[in-house]
Design a protein around this ligand. Sequence first.
Ligand code: ZN
Ligand code: ZN
Ligand code: FE
Length: 756
Amino acid sequence: MKRAEIRITGMVQGIGFRPFIYNLARKHSVRGWVLNNEKGVFVDAESDDGNLDQFIQEIPKLAPPLARIETFDVSYLNPLGYTLFEIKKSEETEDKFVLISPDLATCDQCLSELFSPQDFRYRYSFINCTLCGPRFTIIKDIPYDRHKTTMASFTMCPICQKEYDDPANRRFHAQPNACPSCGPSLWLQDREGKEVSGDSLAKTLEFIEAGFIIAIKGLGGFHLACNAKNEEAVSNLRSRKFREDKPFAVMCRDMEEVRNLCEVNREEEKLLADVERPIVILKRKRDSSIAHSVAPHQDTLGVMLPYSPLHHILLNGSLKTLVMTSGNVSDEPIAYRDEEAKNRLGKIADYFLLHNREIHMRCDDSVTRVFEGNPYIIRRSRGYVPFPIKLSFPLEMILACGGELKNTFCLTRGPYAFLSHHIGDLENLETLTSFEEGIEHFKRLFYIEPKAVAYDLHPDYLSAKYALSIPDLPTVGVQHHHAHIVSCMVENRIEGEVIGVAMDGTGFGTDGTIWGGEFLKANLREFVRLAHLKKVPMPGGSMAIKQPWRMAMVCLSEAFGDGLEELKIDLLKRMDSKKWDILKRAIEKKINTPWTSSMGRLFDAISSLLSIRDEVNYEGQAAIELEMIADREIKETYPFYLLKEESPFVIDSTEVIRGVVGDLTEGVSNSKISGKFHRTIARMIVETCEFMRSSESLNRVVLSGGVFQNILLLSLVVEGLKHSSFDVYTHHLVPTNDGGISLGQAVIAHMRLFQM
Ligand code: ZN
Ligand code: ZN
Ligand code: FE
């Protein structure tokens, strides 16, 4: 006889870990008990030697899919002669903090029940178990117990209750457990609120086939759905949603259908099928049958697989691919309450597929892609949140308020950084309210009472204003690009001094100009700006972001002065010279014209110079379309200069503009010019890093900022840096865009205030 005490920490609660242990113990005739306490799962197990060892070995090997075991300690004790194995009541202790699971995609066992006609949950849209189903979006308060979720109003029937109480059952303590006789139900109604009679799922499918747009209440909010292969339906959805070009995500029935539409490699397939079920951006096949309006001017497609029972049912018939886009109008947050959805989506959707399980926290779909075989997260939300980023050292409790666009906030507690779900662009009241409610919710869920608040230096950001309005807490203003770099450092668990390359659209600099082409010598506490892209005026401020032609004209004027009027390029033929005269005057008189060193604006300028995009209708569009057409085989570059005598030293791209114009005049193709431009920027970054290495003796380069969503540029930069023997760090857990900066802010604030 042998007895072992096993202590397991990490994400091991609320995900079916105890029933798993219970069943494993029975399999190996192990006796003793298991319980949850504030530290994790605690097992006391005894058996004859061979069985006990096997039991212990199989725990990490066979653990439920979402379990993340952080520590696993075994110590051996004297046997006590237990006669059975039981699940003990959870220990109540002072510290009630536990990790909370994200919402999980329907598991295989639930799926097979869902489609077995004999099963009492046959085609039941709310089937779930401890391995799958809603979590984060239904939790109102902790501890995570049914009566504190939006399932509280449903009383379990005797069959569900029996499963819930049976330690050997997959639904033991599955808080959202339900069946058709006791759980939530669906109905379909028209815009006027009149219920459509008949089978609501069959009717929904019929309407989608007929080209209608349906608002579908899902896990973390409403989707707007229509047939992705029906051009008329998709373009209708576009015009009603006031969304000109920004691509829609699609949901495919299965991997086979994904392969029909897109090129997909093994890592991408794995990411698509992961329990988080994110949207994965894939290369679209030329002959794909997807409607043109799904993703105009793009050669990629955002694809996801079904993740809720309802999705599986909808895609189990003749429909193979649905457009599934967030239920909102342009930039508002995703609708998640019935009344709100009816009001806000009433002019977009023809019908509403609703249910009576309330969504407590809205949570958008996550967006990812694969870079060098690893996930590269663009929007970290459903499926990932509220699982924390684990840091290599503990932090004081800090609230970091993030940026403006793609806002997330971050709350820290010990070694955990709870990066919030995607809040959205903090530009309207709706989003601000969602931001404030989200912060309060996270504070409550994880027992966090912040000791300090971190914010972005931009004086106009609503997140910064919110931070500064909190009474009685020390505040720390963090420079935008320093936050980008530190967020990448902490997810890679590195400390000390690094070369931080922040290639970005907009970030407020310490000198009051707009930064975005920055080379920093940085550590977790502070930074020095060592180099940056040459500053240019940005006439009209934010209008220059919406209208890349302004940046193109500014760049031409920098490169050619008044000689620009003689240039034989299409941009000047399109240009209304009066408009440019007005801008010139604004620049001279310094009216609404900030200066910027932004790399994002340089990409915009080139995009307009090549007649790809003079105006954008979503963030980053000009650069995305420039990347798309680039010839990847081009090896040439344009000349550029590093003005090393200045401090910080300046990277002058005037020659790049002259080169591009020269090629344009000679009739070189856009695709070649774009390829050459991407190579040039990569070369520029590598050479600047090489110079910094020689002057600062630093060999680690950290890449962050929204421009690195450009995968072509990212690959060229990583390749060039590695070739030059740098250690290169990129993002993989948090976004390289502004969705990641709150993490960096929190760490910097901690270092400045609490780490002496
Ligand atoms: Zn399940
Ligand atoms: Zn039931
Ligand atoms: Fe940024």
